[in-house]
Structures are given as structure tokens and as C-alpha cells.
Ligand binder design. Structure first.
Ligand code: ADP
Ligand code: ASP
Ligand code: MG
Length: 430
């Protein structure tokens, strides 16, 4: 018998009508003979509202209590969904993360799942029940309630799919799948039929919030087949899976953007051995996540160091940075939150030179200045002004003709001459 894990995001269960509609969909899946385990997010903007509420009560960090508060959101939706399913005549039971056996480390607000003890979920499924699990939460090895970080219900779903050995993990959201760019930013973005774990990892890590990055890591590590699709239609969405070597691979799979980081400049840092370690070690010890780093060539024995980190880490980073500045004798620290990172992702860029140059051309033609560049083997990222993000993504999307079905593709090496060809989807050369 098939076992399916389905995850419904906040918009999909945003009000009573939507909860009832989702319940119907779940019951239909169960009626087809599959065992169904459902992971649910908090309704609509509940999590944001709870964060705002806490900010009205306190301006200090209360990590443990914050997790207690935020997990309430998913508790509401799981209970309501379970009731709606039972009203349709199917047996259902809801579990908190802790009851479902989601065991995490003790890092409040960004806990990692270290084990899934799925016995209780499995037993309920065996009894013919539809199981509803609260997403985004778990219980730590110290028996405290934890949350997995924003978007964490995706990770709950994939982790459960791995533990239950599910046939597929369906992520139901408010768009039809994974697109070549955020469809809310680029109306002409195209839905991808399939994307490899590696590419999805880069897209998610670069800001495409349709899947939380850790859920993709989990899916890759455990070989979970993920299907991202809309809860508002019956259409096939996007498959996230192992790269299929028999398929033609698109050179570029998509563009992600991220406005959540800030740029920090350490001005006039003395240029001698050991400085970089003295800058980044204390930041690492303070748990600050550094992303891009650039060090200028030195003039007159001093140099500027730029790097980016999440805006949410800034408050914690500032006193550490001030200490570092004093210790190493830098002239100043500047913080700039008005930046955005644009990333172009595609497995084909490994073998095709010129992709970076085309990306920089697109930005230059749009009159957009690049402040920082970084790359991986399948990604190129540029930092630009936050106000230019929409124009930048659109310009790169146009340059690589990502809206068109007739995209640049490379054939599998066994069948191809190794040449770059512009193929139409019907197979004819364009
Ligand atoms: P959910 O509440 O269902 O988890 P999210 O808001 O977390 O939904 O993620 C879905 C959103 O991700 C979409 O509404 C879309 O704006 C955004 N998004 C960003 N990049 C992409 C992309 N490349 N493809 C699809 N959606 C994207
Ligand atoms: N409700 C949580 C959030 O808003 C988790 C999730 O939706 O995946 O981040
Ligand atoms: Mg999400």
C-alpha cells in the first residue's frame, strides 16, 4: 500500500473554508487506498503575528519561551484539520511534533532534527487513521519544545517521509511548483518540470523560499522524492529528485533573490597574516552566519573587508564587531542593510563558459552596479542595491530567455557531441 506524506503551507490552510477544502483533498487521497500522513503549517500569517505580539511584550531574546509561543500556531491548524477530516467520515488523529517523535538538538529557533521516532505515527497509520502532524516543531534532547526555523514545516514533512519510507513527499503551497524565478516577482517565470537536489539546494540557500533549504538537504541525504505543487489546483507541479542522467539538462534552472542579508564593511584593516582569522573566529563563536566575504587588495598596508550576514543576526553581531575593530585596529565598521543578493543557478554552468559574463552583461545593460560577486560550481551570486532587485532578476531572466520553452540545453554526454545547442522542446533546432 502506498504511503504519502503531504504538507500544507500557511496560505493553503489560511481560513476555515480552506481547511475544509484541504481536508477533502486529503480524504480523496486516502480513498484511493494510500496511507496518508499530513504535516501542516500555522494558518495564514499566524507565526508572523505571534512574533509581532512577542515584540510588543519584550525587546529581549527569550528563546525557549519564543518556541513555546510559536508552536501554538501549528497546534491550532492540526486540530482543526483533524476535526474537518473526521467530519468527512474518516478517522484522523493530530500529533504535536513531540508526540510524532520529532527529536531535535537544543538550538531554540533553529533546531536540527536528529532523530524521528515514528512509532506512534506508524501505529496510527496501521490502524487506518489519517495522521496530522504539527510542522516546524520538535522536542529537544533536553525535553524542551523547539522550532526548526522559518519555513520549517517543509523539513518536518521530508524528515517524516524519510522515517516512514514514504513513496513521495508532496509539498502543497500557493504556487504551482518551482519556477525559473519567484513568480510573484517575474510574471513570465516558467514552472520547472523537475529540478535536481543540488540545484534546489542552491536555489533554496539563495533565497527561493518555496522549500526550506534544510528540507532539501534532508531529501537529498535520504533520497526522498519531493513533489512541489499547488493546493489550489490538481496540476502536476515540480519534481525534486536525483539528477536523471538520461535527460537533457537545462544549463540554467533558475534565479533566486534574497533581501534578508546585510553588508558589513570593516574599513582600513591592517594587512598582515592572521587578520581574517581574528575577524571571523569571534563572529563564528557568537553564532553569526557569514555568507559572502570579499577582501580588497591592500594599499599602503591596509585593506577593506566586506562580508554579508543575515539582518536578523545584526543586533548580536554589532558588539562583537566593535570589539574586533578595536583589537585589530581597523578604522571603522559600516553596516548596510539595503542590499539584495541575486543568484543564477544551473548544473550546466559547470561545463559551459560564459554564463557569468552573460549575467554581468545583463546587469550592466540594466544599469545595475554589482557590489560583491561569489560563485559555486553551479551558482553565481551578485550583491546589488535592494531597490534594484526586481529589475535585476527580470534582466537576467530575459537575458537567459528563461520564460521560453526553447531554452539552452545540453545533451547528455553519452549522446551529445558536447556542443551547446538551442533545442526546442519539440526536439527541433531553433
Ligand atoms: P508555504 O506557506 O506554502 O510554505 P511559502 O510562502 O513558504 O509557502 O513558499 C511559497 C512562495 O515561495 C511562493 O508564494 C513564491 O512567492 C515564493 N518563491 C520564491 N521563489 C520561488 C520559485 N523559484 N518558485 C516558486 N515559488 C517561489
Ligand atoms: N509556521 C512556520 C513559519 O511561518 C513554519 C512553516 O510555515 O513552515 O515559518
Ligand atoms: Mg514555506
Amino acid at each position: 500500500m502506498a504511503l504519502i506524506v503531504q504538507k500544507y503551507g500557511g496560505t493553503s490552510v489560511g481560513d476555515a473554508t480552506r481547511i475544509k477544502r484541504v481536508a477533502k483533498r486529503i480524504v480523496e487521497t486516502a480513498a484511493s487506498g494510500a496511507k496518508v500522513c499530513v504535516v501542516v503549517s500555522a494558518m495564514g500569517d499566524t507565526t508572523d503575528e505571534l512574533v509581532e505580539l512577542a515584540a510588543k511584550v519584550t525587546d529581549r531574546e527569550h528563546e525557549r519561551e519564543m518556541d513555546m509561543l510559536l508552536t501554538a500556531g501549528e497546534r491550532i491548524s492540526m486540530a482543526l484539520l483533524s476535526m474537518a477530516i473526521m467530519d468527512l467520515g474518516r478517522d484522523a488523529i493530530s500529533f504535536t511534533g513531540s508526540q510524532a517523535g520529532i527529536v531535535t538538538d537544543t538550538a531554540h529557533g533553529k533546531a536540527k532534527i536528529i532523530e524521528v521516532r515514528a512509532r506512534r505515527v506508524l501505529e496510527a497509520l496501521e490502524q487506518g487513521k489519517i495522521v496530522i502532524v504539527a510542522g516546524f516543531q520538535g522536542v529537544s534532547t533536553e525535553f524542551d519544545v523547539t522550532t526548526l526555523g522559518r519555513g520549517g514545516s517543509d523539513t518536518t514533512a521530508v524528515a517524516l517521509a524519510a522515517a516512514l519510507d514514504a513513496d513521495v513527499c508532496e509539498i502543497y503551497t500557493d504556487v504551482e511548483g518551482v519556477y525559473t524565478a519567484d513568480p510573484r516577482l517575474v510574471p513570465g517565470a516558467r514552472k520547472l518540470h523537475a529540478v535536481s537536489y543540488e540545484e534546489m539546494l542552491e536555489l533554496s540557500a539563495s533565497g527561493a523560499k518555496v522549500l526550506m533549504v534544510r528540507s532539501v538537504e534532508y531529501a537529498r541525504n535520504y533520497g526522498v522524492l519531493v513533489h512541489v505543487r499547488s493546493s489550489f489546483s490538481g496540476n502536476e507541479g515540480t519534481w525534486v529528485r536525483e539528477e536523471d542522467i538520461r535527460m537533457e539538462q537545462a544549463i540554467i534552472s533558475g534565479i533566486a533573490h534574497d533581501k534578508s542579508e546585510a553588508k558589513i564593511t570593516l574599513v582600513a584593516v591592517p594587512d598582515h597574516p592572521g587578520i581574517a582569522a581574528r575577524v571571523f573566529r569571534p563572529l563564528a563563536d557568537a553564532g553569526i552566519n557569514i555568507d559572502m566575504i570579499v577582501q580588497n587588495a591592500s594599499h599602503d598596508g591596509s585593506t577593506d573587508i566586506f562580508f554579508t550576514c543575515p539582518k536578523s543576526d545584526l543586533q548580536r553581531a554589532e558588539p562583537v564587531l566593535e570589539q574586533i575593530r578595536e583589537q585589530i585596529g581597523a578604522a571603522g565598521v559600516e553596516t548596510d542593510p539595503d542590499i539584495a543578493k541575486i543568484s543564477l543557478v544551473g548544473a550546466g554552468m559547470k561545463t559551459h563558459p560564459g554564463v557569468a559574463a552573460d549575467m554581468f552583461d545583463a546587469l550592466a545593460e540594466a544599469g545595475i552596479n554589482i557590489e560583491i560577486i561569489s560563485t559555486s560550481s553551479i551558482r553565481i551570486s551578485c550583491v546589488v542595491r535592494a531597490g534594484e532587485v526586481e529589475k535585476a532578476v527580470q534582466a537576467i531572466h530575459d537575458k537567459f530567455e528563461l520564460s521560453d520553452e526553447a531554452v539552452l540545453r545540453e545533451e547528455h554526454p553519452e549522446t551529445a557531441t558536447g556542443q551547446l545547442k538551442a533545442l526546442r522542446v519539440d526536439g527541433s533546432n531553433s
